[in-house]
Design a protein around this ligand. Structure first.
Ligand code: PAF
Length: 280
């Protein structure tokens, strides 16, 4: 496995890798969720590359950029064990050199849900992902369904800007109690970690009601909110039943939906989601 830091080194190394190349962009502190993306890429592509870059432009001023967990040596061993061919670990200055002033933004899709709560977040994500696509020139790029809106926004960007690649969205990997794997789970103490399970319980309650025939968007939203309210450590920021393609909030009877939520457990903000109906 080759590990490179500069863009020049990356381009030289990329030229030696046969197509199709699968790219797994990450912010490091890897867990089974990331590794599931790497394994999928390894199965589907001749070459596999990953990036490790804690992207400062997708963090708001009051968010956890400085505290974001990092462990490069461990990440590299994990990627090597999965048979990754190439890893890029650029610095902030390389990604955003002095004078940087070009941004990629997606409008409506990035303005709701996470975008409404975290202004500027998706501008940072789409800009860095566009740069990663340009740098690696992959034929496929792998993202997790855990960040459903991110996946939708990146797909939109790839289509709108004619990136010649397939955006592959892989299922959320969960802990035995249903908590979605996330680097931020490492912040929890034992009580908070237990409370975090309530997101999955809330989503499951609505999904079970849907499976039993409930179709009213408002009722599904209420079932999730009621379930979250049983956990005193949980402070919901939003609870959504939205169209999976446009992410517009739904009302009345639905046939398919993206259930999603952002919930604070203490100071830690978690997101999770589930798809209902066709495509779930
Ligand atoms: O999902 C992430 O880890 C990040 O948002 C990504 C896609 C690597 C961009 O920084």
């Amino acid at each position: 496995m080759k590990v490179v830091v500069t863009l020049e080194e990356l381009r030289a190394a990329r030229r030696t890798l046969p197509d199709p190349l699968g790219l797994v962009p990450t912010m490091g502190f890897l867990h089974e969720g990331h590794l599931s993306l790497v394994r999928r890429a390894r199965n589907e592509c001749v070459s596999v590359a990953a990036s490790i870059f804690v992207n400062p432009t997708q963090f708001g001023p009051d968010e956890d950029l400085d505290a974001y967990p990092r462990n490069l040596d461990r990440d590299l061993s994990l990627l090597e064990a999965e048979g990754v061919d190439l890893v890029w670990t650029p610095t902030d200055e390389m990604m955003y050199p002095q004078g940087f002033q070009t941004w990629v933004t997606v409008d409506e899709l990035a303005g709701v849900l996470e975008g409404a709560q975290r202004p500027g977040h998706f501008r940072g994500v789409t800009t860095v992902v566009a740069k990663l696509f340009n740098a690696f020139q992959p034929q496929r790029a792998y993202f997790g369904q855990k960040d459903a809106q991110q996946a939708a926004v990146i797909k939109r960007m790839a289509r709108d800007l004619d990136f010649l690649l397939e955006v592959v969205v892989c299922p959320t990997v969960r802990e035995p109690d249903g908590v979605a794997m996330s680097s931020r789970n490492s912040y929890f103490d034992e009580t908070q970690r237990k409370a975090a399970g309530m997101l999955y319980q809330a989503l499951s309650r609505a999904a079970e009601a849907f499976a039993a025939g409930e179709r009213d968007a408002e009722t599904l939203r209420r079932l999730m909110s009621e379930t979250l309210a049983t956990e005193k450590l949980a402070r919901p920021e939003y609870v959504s039943v939205a169209d999976p393609d446009t992410l517009e909030e739904l009302s009345g009877p639905i046939e398919r939906a993206l259930l999603s939520m952002a919930v604070f457990i203490g100071k830690i903000r978690l997101i999770d989601n589930m798809l209902l109906g066709d495509g779930a």
